[in-house]
Write a protein of this length. Structure first.
Length: 280
């Protein structure tokens, strides 16, 4: 296991003390990865935040997970009470604007990769936010559908004329063997059980269809450089964090076939874009 380990006394009990096992390998051997006390600049919740790494497979999880009342704005990602804690360097902003102008936004680039896998049929965006990816997909796909837990965001999606399931994915009844492309852009790091989530999406994927996931990369160059102040922790909001090997292992465990192209998992990248194909 190559993830950072913390040698401080933990501010919260281990997941094993609550009977939790690793959802990827079923181990109950956890070690503290990072932590932030109440009042820390990065911690917007009302409890100490502790991230734990499974000693056996390296998957990193937040435990305990704050309740909605312990998050600002009741936990709604689009709440005005939520503060986006991030470093905003002018050089980084200029570089991003130039890159967006020349190559398209991150979401546009991800969508282009989606269409390399499949460019027609039925499209599902899990965690669709206000519907910007659905707008792109509606140009090519016959049917586009979203899933989104935020009532604020869902209202915006409906105003754009798209169908959206309002609620957490685990509470949504999706059609079996239905979607040719399922996209999860910056979502898998927010779920309560990534293996169960991917299994649910496997059932909803049409035979021969694809699941594409974008997430921040644990152990990437900026994570190693910034340590506990890395923006990718989204302190308290990200429930799981992945290396390439742990995210790929989740796809493998559920039964998705490995996809080598499209794929983005270069050592110099701070994000992962991995894909799985449903057999058939």
């Amino acid at each position: 296991m190559s993830v950072h380990l913390c040698d401080e006394p933990p501010l919260q009990p281990s997941p094993a003390d609550s009977g939790r096992c690793c959802c990827l390998c079923d181990s109950s051997d956890f070690v503290l990865h990072r932590q932030w006390d109440v009042g820390d600049y990065w911690n917007q919740t009302s409890i100490p935040l502790t991230l734990w790494a499974c000693r056996d497979c390296g998957l990193v999880m937040l435990w305990p997970i704050p309740t909605a009342e312990q998050y600002p704005g009741g936990g709604d990602w689009y709440s005005p009470q939520k503060v986006n804690k991030a470093r905003k360097y002018w050089l980084k902003r200029v570089r991003r604007r130039l890159q967006d102008r020349l190559m398209g936004t991150k979401q546009e680039r991800f969508y282009r990769q989606c269409t390399q896998a499949v460019s027609s049929g039925r499209f599902l965006d899990v965690g669709c936010g206000t519907g910007s990816l659905l707008e792109l997909a509606s140009r090519d796909f016959d049917e586009v559908v979203g899933v989104e837990p935020s009532p604020i965001a869902c209202e915006s999606v409906r105003e754009k004329g798209f169908r959206v399931h309002e609620g957490m994915l685990e509470d949504v009844a999706l059609e079996d063997d239905y979607y040719d492309m399922i996209a999860m852009d910056a979502v898998i790091e927010h779920v309560l059980d990534p293996v169960a989530t991917i299994r649910q999406l496997f059932a909803a994927t049409a035979p021969g269809g694809y699941l594409g996931m974008v997430t921040v990369k644990l152990g990437g160059p900026t994570n190693l450089f910034r340590g506990g102040g890395w923006n990718g922790y989204r302190h308290g909001w990200h429930t799981f964090l992945f290396t390439e090997s742990t995210l790929q292992a989740c796809l493998d465990k559920v039964g998705f076939e490995r996809v080598n192209r499209p794929r983005r998992a270069r050592p110099v990248d701070d994000i992962l874009i991995l894909w799985g194909r449903k057999p058939g």
